[in-house]
Design a protein around this ligand. Structure first.
Ligand code: AMP
Length: 357
């Protein structure tokens, strides 16, 4: 693929903070950005050259978007398949491949893919009724987690099943087709972010260690406390997955690390990832820039880490501490411009670089 020259327009589906940080990285390389979102006044639209506000199933608005951009990417995985089909039919080049998005949208398909690729997962079963749930609990046991197959994120759409009593009526409470997963007594959580270009070149960021609170990422640190064998295995799983989907762009896999160092895949994100925000200041090239380079057919920059890292998410009212964070000369503050700080909402993050390498 010929590299897209500066001055070309990158289209981004979605107007959230990931789109905002992608748009900033694209602008730095001389691209214009056009955001397509159903949200008026979105975080991404406020840093982009152009925004089209429309429904993701509005064919006329999508055709208009396709005409204005040289490549389309996405900042969230739950883009309807019809949106991507419409864009492709209108002549748009779309990266990553719709197939990778489709698999990542469904927890059962995602875990089935991992198993087919030899990547370990927690034990899991598809759940379409209370009878399915009862049978799955008899097989997998408790504790377990019942999750919706689709549209769950940041711990939403999940019911913890610690005893048979918790399972009673749980399918009805979930309210949608689900998946039961055995609870994984992990020692730590890590993620690995990789990027692959149209010519199959790849680059990987070092594994980072993630702490969650209430199902939402709260803290990411590097270096992760894992050995080289575990780090290599995690990177290999990301490599295999990018190859399997003929992937173009950034892809992330979250893993549980067991006490013996064994890896269990939790989920994949076909996009830039919250656990990679540290790369803006902490790596030679950020995950956002690598993604833009991949979809524009440019060579990659170095993904090398340059310091020890702590990244803290600012969730809900955490963002009100901005005056103190702004006064801390070691804190690199990012605020996403969201208009109101609802509980559980990702409002910003702060990255601290320690002991430079
Ligand atoms: P998810 O939305 O599936 O990424 O889940 C959010 C968080 O819940 C994960 O990062 C884990 O901390 C926890 N979690 C999810 N699934 C499991 C599992 N099968 N075993 C243990 N913890 C889990």
């Amino acid at each position: 693929m010929n590299p897209l020259p500066p001055g070309s327009t990158i289209g981004i589906l979605g107007g959230g903070q990931l789109g905002r940080m992608l748009a900033i990285a694209a602008a730095q390389l001389g691209f214009d950005v056009c955001i397509f979102t159903d949200e008026p006044d979105s975080p991404a639209s406020r840093v982009a050259a152009k925004t089209i506000v429309g429904n993701y199933l509005d064919h006329a608005a999508l055709a208009d978007f396709a005409r204005r951009v040289h490549v389309v990417t996405t900042e969230f995985e739950n883009v309807p398949a019809e949106t991507l089909e419409t864009l492709i039919a209108a002549g748009a080049r779309v990266a990553p491949t719709p197939n990778a998005l489709a698999v990542a949208q469904d927890r059962f398909d995602e875990k089935s893919y991992f198993q087919s690729a030899g990547i370990a997962t927690p034990p899991f079963k598809a759940i379409g009724s209370q009878e399915d749930l009862d049978a799955a609990i008899a097989e997998i046991g408790v504790p377990a987690i019942l999750k919706t197959r689709r549209l769950g994120y940041d711990g939403r759409g999940q019911i913890r099943i610690n005893s048979l009593a918790d399972a009673k009526g749980a399918y009805e409470r979930l309210g949608a087709p689900g998946i039961l997963e055995g609870f994984c007594p992990f020692e730590r959580e890590i993620s690995v972010i990789g990027v692959r270009g149209a010519g199959s070149a790849t680059s990987f960021f070092e594994a980072c260690e993630n702490e969650h609170s209430g199902g939402i990422l709260s803290r990411t640190t590097l270096p992760a406390k894992i050995d080289a064998f575990t780090a290599d295995a995690a990177e290999r799983a990301v490599f295999l997955t990018m190859e399997a989907f003929d992937y173009v762009g950034v892809l992330t896999i979250e893993f549980f690390v067991m006490s013996d160092g064994a890896l269990v895949a939790n989920e994949m994100a076909p996009r830039v990832h919250n656990s990679g925000h540290w790369t803006i200041e902490g790596a030679v090239t950020s995950q956002f820039e690598q993604h833009i380079r991949a979809i524009a057919g440019w060579p990659f920059g170095s993904s090398k880490r340059i310091a020890a890292i702590e990244m803290l998410n600012l969730i809900g009212e955490d963002a009100n501490t901005w005056p103190q964070l702004a006064a801390d000369p070691t804190a690199r503050l990012h605020l996403y411009g969201k208009r109101d700080a609802r509980a559980g909402r990702k409002m910003g993050h702060v990255t601290k670089l320690k002991s430079h390498l």
